[in-house]
Ligand binder design. Sequence first.
Ligand code: AMP
Ligand code: MG
Length: 290
Amino acid sequence: MSHSGWKADPQDVLRAGPGFDLSAFDRASTPGWSGGKDAAEEHLSEQGERMSELQERLFAHGRADGTRSVLLVLQGMDTAGKGGIVRHVLGMVDPQGVAVRSFGVPTPEERAHHYLWRIRNALPRPGYIGVFDRSHYEDVLVVRVDDLVPRGQWEPRYDEINAFEAEVATSGTVIVKAMLMVSADEQAARLRERLERPDKNWKYSPNDVDVREKWWAYQEAYQAVLDRTSTDVAPWYVIPADRKWYAWLAVSELLTTALESLDLSWPPADFDVATELARLAASDPGAARP
Ligand code: AMP
Ligand code: MG
């Protein structure tokens, strides 16, 4: 682990353990990091190189019939910066090895299946870093807040999700769950910017204000997610998101740690290197076309 600049391991300080209280969580804080923004940006680009090598190793492992993968689950209110994580953190590694999937309102086909159907279909294949921009957690967040199904139907989902994630982990996927938490004031500022800047209008949806009106119901639903689904096999990390640079840094650190935990070495060649070198040396096509 490279922790220069970190005063405490982000894995420890950001993990939602028993009794974690979201209402007391400072969304402008920078837990574990006291180096400031410039140092964070510098650290992030160094982290990018480290992550990139680990990701390539994972990809090579996948090519060599390996079974491991990483899944980054991103949850958070509108403007929390889920897209920014994809662009600024995952953007530092080879896009070939990253599979991003966004989950919106279920399509009629998705709705005809169990809510985990579309999630299972989107799980990363061996060798890949999968990223979920929203996830199965919407089925206990928006679904709970908006009463999209009766309580008797969403209530058992917490346990069901835990069992599902345990199964995914057993199959070889390291799950990193990041809950990006923006403050109500910062959300207002970001939504205003999306309205005032024509180049950001596309990110805005009139529905964002409807959702914002239900802020406290969402906070309660997020708290329930933390209370019931922060497991040993797939703990939640709660990331203060008012400072984007901190959120990027924190997620890059969590992701790097996950990649390191795979402890992968470069797969051995499935050919004889000496023979191939000899063949290559003998294969000179010559300067002129015959
Ligand atoms: P966005 O991520 O801003 O593109 O918005 C996607 C929208 O889809 C959000 O308003 C989510 O709450 C909504 N959404 C995602 N999953 C579900 C679900 N399972 N049921 C209902 N709405 C969902
Ligand atoms: Mg949106």
